[in-house]
Design a protein around this ligand. Structure first.
Ligand code: HEC
Length: 382
């Protein structure tokens, strides 16, 4: 990935000392080419996962194995490109690299169902990165990719994920609106799509008006339970005011206030009430970081606040960006007043990713990361 891309993808203060002007929202051509290649291979292999018999059919195996090997290779290229850049990108690309080689290994061992499951989940890595910032427009690359293949038979939430992974955001919005209106899936099963929908509208499309009619219809569903209905009604009421707050130049102070309001609205009994506030805050924060210029102290706060929002609104535990937002907050300014909290939240995120296993089970890499950050903080006099 070229320096310009890395700048845009969160690296604070890159482009040389003193060059803190607007970062260009571009990814270098080589990286885009790998992403396009990835999509091409997905179009070959993903539709074959829809029928269990196709994916394990010996006649299909050379094509499938070839595509899986090529995906693993592409992921290693992406990881190679990102190696010298900001830790968030490195982590995402490394997770992609690990996942794709695991898929190939499972497939070669004849664990077809496991390989198919992992293959469908690999696109989560693509989604978290693609929904960070406003999109200038959908990529024409994967137009009709799903309609033309067996993927139309995937459950709608999985289709929406694929559409976000291939940057077909308008298609994804249509799919998500269908899910929320159709009453085919119980509301308890659509909480993920509901958050995705708000994220796409507020963060990717910068549009707080579009979700209102869909949410109004959703709130009228007879199968909604009371608390969720009240949450959605509160969201509808909050959106017009949020629109005003996310418009205009992104600024850290408004994001900070929104995070505080969002967190205050969420409690253990009702973790969802503040979700639109937190998504709106994260939209501002991503732009604050992207558009610079910022001091180290401001960036440290912006990353810390992003970690706080992501740990509450993240799509799932499969891929979450919260840990590297906390990590980056410390790296940017190890002496900042946020470093200690960022450290303890990062530690907790890491422990939770080991499903509550104790300190001894933490992999060397994560342990080294924590002690490196602690040393940075000690060196900065904290
Ligand atoms: C680290 C962040 C990141 C990750 C991870 C990532 N992408 Fe991207 N992707 C981008 C950015 C940034 C763009 C350019 C968006 C724009 O047009 O401004 C992009 C663009 C694309 C495009 C549009 C290319 C074109 O020429 O129209 C496709 C397709 C794509 N990505 C697919 C993928 C797939 C599939 C994955 C997962 C295997 C993936 N990306 C992972 C950041 C990422």
């Amino acid at each position: 990935m070229a320096a310009a891309a890395a700048c845009w993808l969160l690296l604070p203060g890159c482009g040389g000392e003193g060059d803190k002007g607007k970062a260009e929202p571009v990814v270098d051509e080589a990286t885009l080419a790998v992403m396009r290649g990835f999509v091409e291979k997905l179009t070959v292999v993903l539709p074959k996962t829809v029928d269990r018999s196709t994916f394990r059919d010996p006649e299909e195996q050379p094509v499938i194995r070839g595509a899986l090997a090529a995906l693993a290779y592409d992921a290693s290229l992406l990881a190679e490109h990102s190696r010298s850049y900001e830790s968030g990108v490195v982590r995402l690309q490394r997770s992609l690299e690990r996942d794709t080689s695991e898929i190939l290994r499972q497939y070669e061992r004849g664990h077809y169902d496991r390989a198919a499951f992992l293959l469908r989940n690999v696109t989560e890595n693509c989604v978290v990165c693609h929904v960070r910032l406003p999109s200038p427009g959908d990529s024409p690359l994967a137009e009709h990719f799903i309609d033309r293949t067996a993927l139309t038979r995937l459950p709608a939430p999985a289709r929406a994920t694929l559409q976000m992974a291939t940057r077909r955001f308008d298609d994804a919005l249509t799919t998500l609106e269908g899910i929320l209106s159709a009453e085919e899936l119980h509301p308890a099963l659509v909480l993920g799509p509901l958050t995705d929908y708000l994220t796409l509208c507020i963060r990717v499309k910068s549009d707080c008006d579009r979700p209102i009619p869909t949410l109004e219809k959703f709130a009228r569903r007879p199968d909604l339970w009371l608390r969720l209905r009240l949450d959605v009604e509160e969201w509808i009421a909050a959106l017009p005011a949020l629109r005003k707050r996310v418009q205009g130049e992104p600024d850290l102070a408004s994001a900070r206030t929104l995070v505080t309001e969002g967190i205050a609205r969420c409690d253990l009994r009702d973790p969802r009430l503040g979700v639109p506030h937190l998504i709106a805050a994260s939209a501002i924060l991503q732009r604050v970081i992207n558009e610079g210029p910022q001091t180290a102290a401001q960036l440290a706060e912006a990353y810390y606040l992003l970690g706080e929002t992501e740990s509450r609104i993240g799509r799932n535990y499969w891929v979450t960006e919260a840990p590297f937002f906390f990590e980056t907050s410390i790296r940017v300014d190890p002496g900042s007043p946020f470093a200690e909290d960022a450290y303890s939240l990062l530690e907790e995120e890491i422990l939770m990713s080991y499903e509550g296993s104790d300190w001894d089970e933490i992999q060397g890499e994560d342990r080294a990361l924590l002690s490196e950050l602690r040393t940075l903080m000690d060196g900065a006099g904290r």
